[in-house]
Unconditional design. Structure first.
Length: 80
């Protein structure tokens, strides 16, 4: 079974969860071994899942919200 990138992207979540049949898993792994882009998509997807599962809360630095809003208004003004 030969897969292209779109096939791998369509199955990346199922692959991570272990919900693909052995033949498809082998084909995906073969593709990942030769495709840097798909390997990066897989790594990024795994990282996102780890971040989503992390329930830590971080406090924003003092004034961050004000600086962010000012910067957004500046960018919006440039584009108009």
């Amino acid at each position: 079974m030969v897969l292209n990138c779109k096939h791998v992207w369509d199955q990346v979540s199922n692959y991570i969860e272990g919900n693909v049949d052995p033949a498809l898993r082998e084909a995906i792994e073969t593709h990942l071994a030769h495709c840097r882009h798909c390997a990066a998509v897989l790594d990024s997807t795994r990282n996102i899942l780890i971040l989503i599962a992390d329930d830590r809360v971080f406090e924003l630095p003092v004034g961050y919200s004000d600086r962010l809003h000012a910067r957004l208004q500046e960018e919006i003004g440039r584009r108009e």
